[in-house]
Write a protein that binds this ligand. Structure first.
Ligand code: PLP
Length: 459
């Protein structure tokens, strides 16, 4: 007899992973190193240290150490909102009439509303331990800024957030959460930095961009004694911290002897997907198991499915290091019509290498179909999902419907990265029937890729 699986599989507090897993240690083809855009050479610890905290630089550059102990201070914080539940989506399965078994790992159960807190608390801890006064960052819609302000307030660090001006004005709720946690939130472009002043002189009416906010945050960090810059996605260190998601998922599945067939996650910069799948990909890399891993991206920002695997700038301002990744070009800006997040032009170098080596598949989905999936999920499972997370729901549903046709009882696991409470403007558009799909043309993507930097493609 099959053991009855509970609706929620919770781990005990003492089963929260005590180490992060570094998937790079098991990769035969290591992700390509970050390059200094000035010299074209691999970035060193010395070059990175003025920008990022030292311990985080070490994690960034370490391709070999398989596990990193999670410091006790971080584990204590994790205990406030972890372990997160792995939920068996019985009601969704029933609504779809599928023989597939669907599970989702829900990371939205904390005030910041997403998985980003898992890395924010780690980054704030290492900044504090280094004796820094504070950190700077940028935020678009505000998820990362919110998570970071919570983490900084916990460790008594100053937190300076450059928030893209149009979001600052149109999304006052995230801003107020950040201020409640003591963060200093500046609409970007601002007059507090050289980059900001220059841009404002040229375009006084600009509503800002993520690229500009990044440039301002980096400048604020390097020009203020005792400050460093922190980033909420894309980097190797962020993927490392997010493996707490995948390790918990693995432990919960093992409790009931469940072996997943398909693991699905949404992909913006790749941190939640990388965190969820790393331990499973590790099993694949070591030849112990086989899974289908699917990355889901918006059709309006399709870096995996239509981008190029090449060195590119991580920011629009072209001041950050070069990373070898699937990219649409650093000047690519998804249509303003695109409602959810996941609008980064590139992708984590780790996931890019895994994808190039055939360990992952990728799918691009259109936003109206994403919100249809979100609506069904909210109605039957009760949780209002973030638009980003709903990309994974879309493909989980599609795979479950395929099982319905073939009669296969596959086990599907997907990452539900956040709650949709802060994205009600997007839901409003969907409910009003005014949401449309804008997909970049081949010409637009080719034009953007034509501007890729010329770098010696170092081996
Ligand atoms: C930021 C965010 C994402 C995308 O970022 P990744 O680094 O790709 O994980 C996905 N879901 C939610 C809820 C987010 O806030």
């Amino acid at each position: 007899m099959e053991q009855k699986i509970p609706y929620k599989i919770y781990l005990n507090e003492d089963e929260i992973p005590t180490r992060w897993y570094n998937v790079r240690s098991d990769m035969k083809n290591k992700p390509a190193p970050l390059l200094n855009p000035g010299t074209g050479k691999a970035l060193t610890l010395e070059e990175l240290s003025p920008i990022f905290c030292e311990e985080l630089c070490r994690q960034e550059l370490d391709n070999d150490t398989p596990y990193f102990d999670i410091p006790k201070e971080i584990l204590d914080f994790y205990k406030m909102y972890r372990p997160s539940p792995l939920v068996r989506a019985y009601f969704l399965e029933k609504a779809l009439g599928t023989p597939a078994k669907i599970y989702y790992k829900f990371e939205g159960n904390n005030t910041s509303g997403s998985h980003k807190l898992n890395s924010a608390i780690a980054q704030a801890y290492y900044a504090k331990k280094q004796g820094l006064k504070g950190v700077t960052t940028e935020t678009g819609a505000g998820q990362w800024g919110t998570a970071l302000s919570m983490a900084c307030s916990y460790f008594g660090l100053d937190c300076r957030v450059f928030m893209v001006k149009c979001s600052y004005e149109q999304k006052p709720f995230r801003r107020e959460v950040m201020r409640t946690y003591g963060a200093n939130v500046t609409p970007s472009p601002s007059t507090t930095t050289e980059v900001g002043r220059k841009l404002l002189a040229e375009f006084p009416d600009t509503s800002g961009s993520l690229g500009c906010a990044i440039s301002e945050a980096v400048e604020a960090a390097v020009t203020h004694e005792g400050y460093r810059y922190v980033l909420g996605s894309v980097l190797n260190q962020v993927l490392l911290h997010q493996t707490v998601i995948g390790l918990e998922t693995q432990a919960a599945l093992r409790k009931y002897d469940i072996k997943p067939d398909i693991i699905i996650g949404c992909a913006g910069g790749g941190s939640n997907l990388g965190g969820l799948v790393s331990p499973f990909v590790g099993e694949m890399l070591r030849g112990e198991a086989d899974y289908r891993i699917i990355a889901v991206e918006p059709a309006s920002c399709p870096s995996f499915t239509r981008g190029k695997f090449a060195y590119d700038f991580c920011d629009t301002g072209m001041i950050c290091p070069l990373a070898k990744m699937y990219t649409l070009g650093s000047q690519f800006i998804p249509s303003a019509n695109h409602a959810g997040g996941l609008r980064f032009h590139g992708m984590s170098t780790i996931l890019s290498q895994l994808y190039a080596d055939g360990y992952m598949e990728a799918r691009a989905v259109e936003q109206t179909s994403v919100f249809e999936a979100a609506e069904l999920f909210a109605r039957v499972e009760g949780t209002l999902p973030a638009p980003e997370s709903s990309h994974a729901i879309r493909v989980a549903i599609d795979e479950a419907l395929k099982c319905k046709e073939t009669g296969e009882e596959k086990t599907i696991v997907f990452g539900l990265t956040g709650t949709g409470y802060f994205d009600l403007v997007a839901y409003e558009k969907f409910n009003n029937g005014t949401m449309t799909d804008v997909i970049p043309t081949d010409e637009q993507i080719a034009a953007s890729l034509a501007k890729l930097p010329q770098v010696p493609q170092a081996e």
